[in-house]
Each structure stands twice: as structure tokens, then as C-alpha cells.
Design a protein around this ligand. Structure first.
Ligand SMILES: NC(=O)c1ccc[n+]([C@@H]2O[C@H](COP(=O)([O-])OP(=O)(O)OC[C@H]3O[C@@H](n4cnc5c(N)ncnc54)[C@H](OP(=O)(O)O)[C@@H]3O)[C@@H](O)[C@H]2O)c1
Length: 254
């Protein structure tokens, strides 16, 4: 398939986990992919190499997403690479994937951890979209990674659940503003997906089983499961879908 030939995508947190699978998939579909990483240049380079060696096109871009300055630095770096390749800074697809978790009850949540979580999970996606607007072509796509804990009451993650609920609200709100330009914005809401973020649960047999039992299919999600949905949302075939939160939890807690 080469659904996305000629399109340009930015995937935040494309170096590992779900973002990596999304970057690889968009690359396979023909998009030129800017693979963002926070600190792990080596992991981002691996993804770039995989995409380039399978006939796609990608480059790595490191940026601290916690400040507007860092986000502007990201767009400057992406822009100069795109001008060199295509003579324009235009992009077609933004995937707001980078994020983290915080396993702590409300009583145990520390202010500094709360602030760091909200900075990466709430502030960064907001300003990533704001700064994308001058570059995003009409008919573009914004894909956000939310979480099924905005629908399911999972104990021990109140701040994380709250951070992802803001993604759902932003998705709904911006659909209106972006509609006239034919730009869609949707969120994907996974439950437990086997990535580094879940290393603790994956290594503990009881927690592993808890994660598997969450899904109606009795297993953990794979990054590919989320990338399949992102590929649809990035494609021209999803043009009549916007402002939605797509459950990607393997039928968890139906
Ligand atoms: N895994 C799950 O079960 C699950 C479930 C629901 C939703 N999600 C959401 O899915 C998204 C991806 O999660 P994942 O499981 O793939 O996580 P992951 O394996 O931990 O990967 C996180 C990615 O985000 C980047 N990143 C982390 N902190 C960053 C920071 N401060 N600044 C810039 N980049 C940063 C990392 O870059 P480096 O490689 O440079 O560190 C990495 O590429 C997150 O938004 C998460 O909340 C995950």
C-alpha cells in the first residue's frame, strides 16, 4: 500500500513504543516521516534506518517538548530539513504521541510529578498543534494519543486519566476550528499496550495478567494495533471522521 505517498508526517515520541510503530507504518505507506525523540537519539536513528531501508523516507529530530521554545526548535529543525527536500515547510500529518504515565493515588501524587505529567501530556500536544498550524496543509490530519482511562475508572492513575481527558476535549474543540480547512483531528484511546512505559507491569506476573484480562481478547495490546488505526486516520479514507475518540482498548470493560 502507498496511501500516503507525497505526504509529510511528524510523529512525536516516534523513537519508541506506540510512536515507533506509527512512524514505521506511515513510512511504509509512503509518507516522509520526521521521527521525534526526547533523549534517545539511538532509538530514533534505528527507526529512521528501518524506514529508509524499507524504501520509505525518514529523518530524526530531537526536541524538548516541555517548553514552547523547545517546540519551536522542533518545527525549525523539521522545516529546514523539509525545505532542503521539498522546498517548503508544509506538513500533512501531525501525530501527538509523546507522553508519559503517573501511577500514584491522589494522596501520593507529588506536585513536581503532577506538573511534569501535565507539561508533557497536556501542554506539549496543545502547543505542538498551535505551532503546526502555519505549516499544516488544508486536508491535513491531526492524530492524538489519549487513553481508555478517560472512559474506564482505573484506580491509581487519577492525574494521568485527567491529563488524557484534556486530549479528548481538545480533539472535540479543535475539530470545529479546523473543519473549514478540511483538516481532521481525532484521538485514539488505547488501554494496556506492551511498551517500555509499561515495563513494570510487564515484568510482574500478576500485573501482566491484570493487563491481559482487561481486554475482551485476554491479551495486551501491541503497538501495531494502535498504528493500524493511526494509518486509517492519516489516510484520505478517514476524511469524514473528525472530533472523535476512537477506542483502541481491545474491548476493555465494555
Ligand atoms: N503503553 C500503554 O499502555 C499506553 C496506553 C494508553 C495510552 N498510551 C499513550 O501512548 C503514548 C505513547 O506511549 P508508549 O507506551 O509508546 O511510551 P514509551 O514506550 O515510553 O515511549 C515514549 C515516547 O515518548 C518520548 N518522550 C517521553 N518523554 C518525553 C519528553 N519529556 N520529551 C520528549 N519526548 C518524550 C520518548 O522519547 P525517547 O525515546 O527519546 O525517550 C518515546 O519516544 C503516550 O502518550 C501514552 O500516554 C500508552
Amino acid at each position: 500500500m502507498s496511501n500516503l505517498m507525497g505526504k509529510v508526517a511528524i510523529v512525536t515520541g516516534g523513537s519508541r513504543g506506540i510512536g515507533r510503530a506509527i512512524a514505521q507504518r506511515l513510512g511504509r505507506e509512503g509518507a516522509t516521516v520526521a521521527v521525534h525523540y526526547g533523549t534517545n537519539l539511538g532509538a530514533a536513528q534505528e527507526v529512521v534506518k528501518e524506514i529508509n531501508s524499507s524504501g520509505g523516507s525518514a529523518f530524526a529530530v530531537g526536541a524538548d517538548l516541555s517548553t514552547l521554545d523547545g517546540i519551536q526548535t522542533l518545527y525549525a529543525a523539521v522545516g529546514s530539513e523539509l525545505v532542503e527536500r521539498f522546498g517548503t515547510t508544509a506538513i500533512d500529518i501531525l501525530v501527538n504521541n509523546a507522553g508519559t504515565s503517573l501511577g500514584a493515588s491522589i494522596a501520593d501524587t507529588k506536585e513536581a510529578d503532577f506538573d511534569a505529567l501535565m507539561t508533557l501530556n497536556v501542554k506539549a500536544p496543545f502547543f505542538m498543534i498551535q505551532q503546526a498550524m502555519p505549516h499544516l496543509r488544508n486536508g491535513g490530519r491531526i492524530i492524538q494519543i489519549s487513553s481508555a482511562v478517560t472512559r474506564i475508572s482505573l484506580p491509581g492513575v487519577p492525574a494521568y486519566s485527567m491529563s488524557k481527558a484534556t486530549i479528548n476535549a481538545l480533539t472535540l474543540s479543535l475539530a470545529n476550528e479546523l473543519g473549514p480547512r478540511g483538516i481532521t483531528i481525532n484521538a485514539i484511546a488505547p488501554a494496556f499496550v506492551a511498551t517500555d512505559l509499561q515495563a513494570g507491569m510487564l515484568q510482574d506476573p500478576e500485573s501482566y495478567q491484570f493487563g491481559a484480562n482487561f481486554s475482551i481478547f485476554g491479551r495486551w495490546g501491541e503497538p501495531k494495533n494502535i498504528a493500524d488505526i493511526a494509518a486509517f486516520l492519516a489516510s484520505s479514507e478517514s476524511g469524514w471522521v473528525t472530533g472523535q475518540v476512537i477506542d483502541a482498548s481491545g474491548g476493555s470493560h465494555l
